[in-house]
Design a protein around this ligand. Sequence first.
Ligand code: ATP
Length: 991
Amino acid sequence: MMVSASPSMIARSSLEEMLDSLRRRDEGEKPKELPPALPARPPSRARLPSARRSLPNSFRVEDAERSLECLHGMNKIKDGDLGFKTGNFGVKKTENDQNVESPYGRSPEDCRMKPKEKIVMSDCDDNIGYFIKKKLHVWCRLPSGLWELGTIQSTSGDAALVSVSSGNVIKVCRVDLLPANPDVLEGVDDLIQLSYLNEPSVLYNLQCRYSQDMIYSKAGPVLIAINPFKDVQIYGEDFVTTYRQKLTDKPHVYAVADAAYDEMMAGDVNQSIIISGESGAGKTETAKVAMQYLADLGSGSCGTEHANAILQTNCILEAFGNAKTCRNHNASRFGKLFDIHFSTAGRICGASIQTFFLDKSRVTQLENGERSYHVFYQLCAGAPSTLKERLNLKRASEYRYLNQSDCLEIDGVDDARKFHMLMEALDVVRVCKEDQEHVFSLLAAVLWLGNISFQSIDNENHVEVLADEAVTIAAMLMGCSSQELMLSLSTPEIHGSKDSIVKRLTLRQAIDARDALAKFIYVSLFDWLVEQINKSLAVGKCRTGRSISILDIHGFESFQKNSFEQMCINYANERLQQHFNRHLFKLEQEECELDGVDWTKVDFQDNQECLNLFEKKPFGLLSLLDEELNFPKANDLALANKYKQHLNANSCFKAEKASSFSISHHAGEVLYDTSGFLEKNRDKLPSIFVQLLSSCSCRLLQLFTSKELKQFQKPENDSCQIDALDPSKSSACIEFKGQLFKLMHQLESSKPHFISCIKPNSKQLPGMYEVNLVLQQLRCCGVLEVVRISRSGYPTRMTHQEFAGRYGFLLLEDDLPQDPLSLSIAILKRFSVLPEMYQIGYTKVFLRTGQIASLEDKRKKVLRGIIGVQKYFRGHWARCHFDQLKEGVAKIQSNGLGENTGRKAGARETVDERQNLKKSHLDNGKAKRKAGRKMSEVKVLPIKICHQIWQSFKGGCFRLKQLWCGKRRKMLNYRSNCNNLKQDGQNMNQR
Ligand SMILES: Nc1ncnc2c1ncn2[C@@H]1O[C@H](COP(=O)(O)OP(=O)(O)OP(=O)(O)O)[C@@H](O)[C@H]1O
């Protein structure tokens, strides 16, 4: 079958031009057919470690080099015989690496054809030749956008014929080919170990591991966790012990938590575990696994009580902050930072939680198939009858806030049981029964508020509240009169400087006001609960300052319609991405510098420009949004126009039609609609509600409004608008920015550990791996960026011991240096790895991408030769041994037979003699002598046989020894023949 793929455009940057010229220069000096390599930055000086750092005692550079020259001379191996070329095969570079495409909602075709994905493939001719000749695997991008393994059969112009694994031969553009990794690297624990770090290789490696339930992998310092959507047997006491005792180095959340714990204990440096990923990727579960591990480590004495309380908080936070969405049955609709504090002995001595940006709109508005916060359904299903009576509680289906989405239950979830667990958890964190009752009353009040209806008056222009059971019960639960509630809901009052302006509401306004009240109560309740948890987990006197923070924050969001909430969440993700970048580059740099390796700064996709777009003053997204609140006639469209007017110069901003604009985030482009921005940002509870709630008899409601009340009681200036500059009147975005800065400050002062959670499929099913979905997330969470950075540096790092241990046997010479560092240099020189392709550190060899694959190739060939020789020798030896055994057995058998025959013959004669003697009674001496001799002969026969057997055995051993020596000689001959053949091959290659 012939399928043709559309040609991709080729674009070249000045860097690539420069690399090409370097490669052309190398080609002039090097033989044509060489293994592939991927230089991604200009050559840097390889230098040997200076003597001032701790080098192996026996190491002397001059000695090593001299001995190598000598060896080279002996073996007549010229430099470049097995040289590595600075060529480039299938290195996919996007024309604009800065602008990665949108991670969501794009077809594979889109991904292929977007102009920004023009693929640059330079200088692949010779490398393709190498792949064809060696029948090496390549990744081939099919017209569907998916990647498939295959081998190149031939090339012509820009096209190549590739035989793919299904057996078909397809025609593809050469730019759609990428090198695949050697088999030895299949399913490696750490993506950085991959020789070719292209997207299909990364995806295939993760898929390979996922199919074997290895859900954790590493991308250098980042742990990748792929959601298994099923129970995998990799948790529990035994695993905790295994990781605690460092009996394994397999990637795991336990390993991350363990490293954080050890580093905290060793260096008194606070640690942070930053968990990212899209909704349903497994962040919350991962955070819980990490918390469980730290709780196990930190329990003991008073630590056990704290550990238990910490784990119980999850139950409360999930009930109040999680909901079923179409992407996750247990989606956290808030971000959280969990700080676990430890004593000097490493025991847990307390904890604290910070929460961010609870999605309040979910309280009143639901998408079809989604649910509101779990706690509402748990209360309706699980409250004891007496409580139900007191709260006038009905079934969930009877509340408008819950029944609007046609989704009241979650498969496999027992809400009633969860309610009992919630009550137990509230007890553990010491929320008293009275307060628990208040909490449940307010939850019921929110549900009843949602059932309040309005009737039109004034020819349907305005409305008033319908006096029904909803109003009565809501008012009763809040501790106010129905009249007060009705009045507040239909005639909100806006405070002016001197006079109060009273106005009636339209239906829309009345519904919005009612919903605002419900949302305010719920959000305040959530915050109050977090406060109670913090009080109960408070560290107290034994505070040491040692802590591990676990951050589980909303992932990057991009929906069909993106509003103010998405903008805030994506802004937070930009900030975290910058933290991620800065830290990872720092780590890279530090590792190289510590090992004495020349570090030339690698460029990375810096998102500062995008952050400037948000944060710049006076013309940034947030400042302009706040400024608009000062204009009485401001509206969302005017805001969009202001954005277009002031932000067009920023390369991350794009003006769109009407009230829309788009932002080029690090994870992709998102289209925002400014509708509702101003109201959401104002985020103020109308004063009439503040007055109402503060006058309610419910203690919690009074508490919730105390802050707001102070604001309203302050002497007012002439304006009824919110002053953006006054922090006490801060808008939602200013508050969010403040929280974010505080969070970043805390993270900056800790040592971060990154975990990127990946959702393998959108159906939430086990065993399903959707390649495009995974790829989008890898791009979003910056894993591919980490991989890209590694690709542009020295991704393969092996200690000298490992390197010498693996490749040292390839050096045939007898006079080899003994220390691993010199051996590493000897190996690199022996295989003529170009100096710009590696650097020698004090403890490690740093190799550029592609080098390890070539060394592996050599290693495989020699091993194959050795195994061949061993195979023939073993076969031969077994056959000879068998012949010997056969011979020995025949001899033993014949001797045994002889002995038996002799014994029988002797015995018979003796019997006959005796009979003769008996019969004749003659004293015949001759006859007696004869009989006596026969008897003695019978006795000595076995000794003779033994002797014969011994002789034949000795003979066999001797012959075996001879055979062994002969075979050994033959084996050595084989080996030298192998070398000769190899040498011939190289000479031919050279020619
Ligand atoms: N390690 C795991 N083992 C088994 N199941 C898991 C694991 N991680 C996640 N899951 C499953 O995936 C579901 C979603 O995970 P989780 O709620 O942690 O995602 P999330 O990234 O926190 O999503 P959101 O951002 O929406 O809160 C869980 O309810 C659970 O069923």
